[in-house]
Design a protein around this ligand. Structure first.
Ligand code: C2E
Ligand code: CA
Ligand code: CA
Ligand code: CA
Length: 275
């Protein structure tokens, strides 16, 4: 509301005031959580339909907040980005995920989400190399998941970074595929190893023709490029059947398993054996 004189803006809206305060509180809590090492990783299996087995797990960040409970990443990662915490936090995720994957059967891959800010950090390649070194896992077991937002802006530099990472032996997946802008042009500028079909299309693939056609188009695009396609957010048998009929290579979703703590990895592997 324009309460003061010309050009003077004051905001009295209590709702905004409350949200600014809770945001400040979250920022402080985040810094404290980082200092106290309060984060944890959950893991969700990725199921390979051709091999009929789990091909790996995706690491998903969780923040067990003393008062708010388990805070989902969508609620704090954007804040961590804003206040410059995402680089150290992302480094922690990489190290932790590789360290835990070192204890799994060696055919299982570990997928780690990487934010745009993280990739632009000049130390990023070194950070990845050191996580691999410390955990002694083969680089071939590590997959980095990036979204198209990573490729916006200074893309020449980012593409150079991605090439250097691939040269080290790890693989790169394009996450949330289909939701960003000019998705297709990115496929010319970098040889991705995998396209992850966004769950919004997967969820609607049994209901609306448009989503079904998008899943079909992405799958055939992946086939044409000779790369893996993974359908995210598969929740029902109907969706699984539809996705399998379209020829998707891999699936991930609550139908197979929710993200689980590291202690439940072994039982999750057993549950999904020969599924
Ligand atoms: P994402 O990378 O697309 O991860 C998939 C999200 O879908 C996860 O949410 C997962 O729990 C959820 N999901 C999986 N299967 C299903 C399903 O069948 N149905 C439904 N409704 N949801 C399903 P989550 O763990 O809350 O993560 C949200 C986002 O936060 C991730 O989306 C990713 O963009 C980001 N994120 C998570 N961990 C990290 C991290 O370590 N670093 C960074 N930079 N981002 C992360
Ligand atoms: Ca992901
Ligand atoms: Ca995704
Ligand atoms: Ca099967």
């Amino acid at each position: 509301s324009k309460a003061g004189g010309r050009g003077t803006w004051r905001f009295f809206e209590p709702a905004m005031d409350a949200s600014v305060q809770s945001r400040r509180a979250l920022e402080l809590d985040l810094r404290e959580a980082m200092a106290k090492d309060e984060f944890t990783l959950f893991y969700q299996p990725i199921y390979d339909l051709r091999m009929d087995r789990i091909s790996g797990f995706e690491a998903l960040l969780r923040w067990p907040h003393p008062k708010r409970g388990l805070v989902p990443p969508d609620q704090f990662i954007p804040i961590a980005e804003d206040i410059g915490l995402i680089t150290p936090l992302g480094e922690w995720v990489l190290n932790r995920a590789c360290e835990q994957a070192a204890g799994w059967p060696s055919e299982l891959k570990i997928a780690v989400n990487v934010s745009a800010t993280q990739i632009r950090d000049p130390r990023f390649i070194e950070v990845v190399a050191s996580a691999l070194d410390a955990s002694r896992i083969a680089p071939q077991r590590l997959e980095l998941e990036i979204t198209e937002s990573v490729l916006l802006g200074n893309s020449a530099e980012t593409i150079a970074t991605l090439h250097k990472l691939k040269a080290q032996g790890l693989s790169i997946a394009l996450d949330d595929f289909g939701t960003g802008y000019s998705s297709l042009s990115y496929l010319r500028s970098f040889p991705f190893d995998k396209l992850k079909i966004d769950q919004s299309f997967v969820r609607d693939a049994t209901a609306t023709n448009g989503s079904k056609l998008i899943v079909r188009a992405i799958t055939s695009l992946g086939k044409g490029l000779g790369i893996t396609t993974t359908a995210e957010g598969v929740e029902t048998i109907e969706q699984l059947n539809q996705i399998e009929a379209e020829g998707c290579n891999e699936v991930q979703g609550f139908l197979f398993s929710r993200p689980v703590p590291a202690t439940e990895i072994a039982s999750t592997i057993l549950n999904l054996r020969g599924g």
